[in-house]
Design a protein around this ligand. Structure first.
Ligand code: TXA
Ligand code: MG
Length: 318
């Protein structure tokens, strides 16, 4: 049985983490599947529960930048970005500190570590009470849609994890932006909740990760990811009879099942509703005999970059 905890039950969540158990918790981006990052067995349990390939490293979550920077070698850029965007949906990849106690498995054996401070009040209280790094990938089975509610987590992982801390729906809805600051120049590894434009306004040019689906720059950038059960077709300008529609703005005529990301074409709203939409279409389409999801085009600016990245992965051949 997976315990469903309220934000008043942080103490219980901390007790479970200390005991090496898995506790899912809401962040502003998506729900994370948390474990004590310094406990190798607990981290291994994350990979097992998710069915995740062990080469894919995890993000360590902290209550504040000061604590995070005890575990990595921060630099000027990192300090500047942390001051501007933390707490918030930005993950920084930095060299591990000399005596970093985080389990090698959490970092998949890499010399770097990904750190972030989430902007979610209950998560911050949990992290402060726990005191150390909490490793947390998105709380979904590997390759599946990221969860943006406790109900999504329970549907995917109920019975396989000790508890889920229910802090309601995630406000951002796409994962954090992952920025590699371990080299000469900053490299964007994954577009996410903090836009590229906002990053560049702060630190100037940011390189895009080179690499393709076969040899991803970031181990997590596998092409087929965030996959709903149904195939996804991108940039749809008409809906076929056997397609459910993921709409952005005025829906295409003819679709018998439609999930509206944002009627007003607001990218923030669309990001927050993206995974919920994929979950819902996936769940409801089969009963109607629908075989695919058609997604309407979404502009590739601001949060649209992250939304299109996730949709392209959902649409990638598997
Ligand atoms: O918004 C988020 O980031 C959510 C919430 C729970 O915080 N977490 C999340 O974790 O999306 P996950 O495991 O689904 O994605 C982490 C990404 C992966 O693409 C992984 O490869 C990359 O971060 N990553 C982690 N550590 C890295 C490292 N040392 N070097 C390069 N990439 C790294
Ligand atoms: Mg994920």
């Amino acid at each position: 049985m997976t315990e469903r905890l309220t934000p008043d039950e942080i103490g219980r969540a901390v007790e479970l983490l200390r005991a090496g158990e898995l506790v899912a918790f809401g962040t502003e981006t998506v729900y994370g599947l948390g474990a004590d990052a310094c406990d190798g067995a607990a981290v291994a349990a994350i990979y097992a529960a998710k069915g995740r390939p062990s080469f894919n490293p995890l993000i360590c979550h902290f209550a504040d930048a000061e604590t995070a920077f005890r575990y990595v070698k921060a630099n000027k850029l990192a300090e500047k970005l942390a001051a501007k965007f933390w707490p918030g949906p930005l993950t920084l990849v930095l060299p591990r500190a000399e005596t970093c106690p985080v389990s090698q498995l959490a970092g998949a054996g890499l010399p770097t570590l990904a750190v972030r401070v989430p902007a979610q009040p209950a998560a911050l209280r949990l992290l402060a009470a726990f005191g150390g790094p909490v490793a947390a990938p998105s709380a979904n089975r590997s390759g599946r849609i990221s969860p943006t509610s406790a109900a999504h987590v329970l549907a995917e992982l109920g019975g396989r994890i000790a508890a889920v801390l229910d802090s309601g729906a995630c406000t951002v809805g796409v994962e954090s932006t992952v920025l590699d600051l371990s080299g000469e120049t900053p490299v964007l590894l994954r577009p996410g909740g903090v836009t590229l434009e906002a990053l560049q306004a702060e630190i100037g040019p940011v390189a895009h990760a080179a690499g393709d689906a076969a040899a991803p720059a970031s181990p997590g950038m596998l092409a087929s990811h965030y996959a709903p059960g149904l195939p996804v077709r991108l940039n749809a300008t008409e809906a076929a009879a056997d397609e459910a529609l993921l709409a952005f703005g005025p829906p295409l005529p003819g679709a018998r099942l439609c999930f509206q990301l944002s009627a007003t074409q607001n990218l923030n709203e669309a990001a927050a509703r993206l995974f919920e939409g994929l979950h819902e279409l996936d769940a409801r389409a089969p009963a109607l005999g629908l075989k695919r999801i058609a997604a309407q085009p979404i502009p590739a600016a601001g949060l649209g970059l992250a939304i299109n990245d996730r949709l392209a992965r959902a649409a990638a051949p598997r």
